[in-house]
Design a protein around this ligand. Structure first.
Ligand SMILES: Cc1cc2nc3c(=O)[nH]c(=O)nc-3n(C[C@H](O)[C@H](O)[C@H](O)COP(=O)(O)O)c2cc1C
Length: 190
């Protein structure tokens, strides 16, 4: 690594306190490999519904904070729930705000994703939609590994800690791949 380090902005697309996806992001913070620091974005619930008339008066403070956090990060990690076979509205809404000019902080930013659901599909359909959305924003989206945390209730303990060893291994692998790929795209020497 030659001392190079990257910062990843983590965005969990659920507002509820006991969220599996927030817990999965907390696990990612815990599992961050050498050279990676992960900063979870905490204000998703403060972002108002997108309104072009509001935008015309300037970005609301939580939106400005979100855009700034994206701009400052070397890479992004979305941790998405699946709502009706897609990404939750709160997440799409935040993406919509951050996608608008000027500056457009998403452009060219390396991004990876994962997601957790109590069912058997592990957010695969939401992640496919998220890939499409992020590709449309001209973001390089990491293809592999795919981290689909299915039957999530069995994978976290009563305190919300991710205890499933196989899932922890997949998350660490995802973070290592995102780190290496981000450095490659930055043109950093290996
Ligand atoms: C409006 C709504 C739609 C949902 N649709 C799906 C779905 O399409 N597929 C799925 O696996 N789970 C679905 N679920 C269940 C979520 O996966 C589950 O509530 C999950 O715990 C949400 O993520 P969180 O724990 O991070 O809040 C849905 C839940 C809600 C509230």
């Amino acid at each position: 690594m030659c001392g190079l380090a990257i910062t990843i902005l983590g965005i969990a697309g659920s507002l509820r306190q006991g969220s599996f996806n927030k817990r999965a992001l907390a696990a990612a913070c815990e599992l961050a490999p050498e050279g990676v620091s992960i900063r979870p974005f905490q204000r998703l619930g403060d972002i108002p519904l997108y309104d072009e008339d509001v935008k015309a008066k300037g970005f609301p403070p939580p939106v400005a904070e979100f855009r700034q956090a994206i701009a400052e990060a070397d890479a992004l990690l979305f941790v998405t729930p699946e709502y009706n076979y897609s990404v939750p509205g709160v997440l799409k809404n935040a993406i919509d705000w951050a996608s608008r000019p000027p500056d457009m902080p998403f452009i060219g930013k390396p991004v990876a994703m994962m997601g957790a659901a109590p069912g058997l599909m592990g957010t695969v359909r939401a992640q496919l939609h998220l890939r499409q959305i992020l590709s449309g924003l001209n973001m390089p989206v990491l293809s592999r590994p795919e981290v689909l945390i299915r039957e999530a209730a069995a994978k976290f303990d009563a305190d919300g800690r991710l205890t499933d060893e196989n899932t922890r291994k997949h998350i660490r692998n995802l973070l290592e791949k995102l780190r290496d790929w981000t450095l490659l795209l930055k043109g950093a020497p290996g």
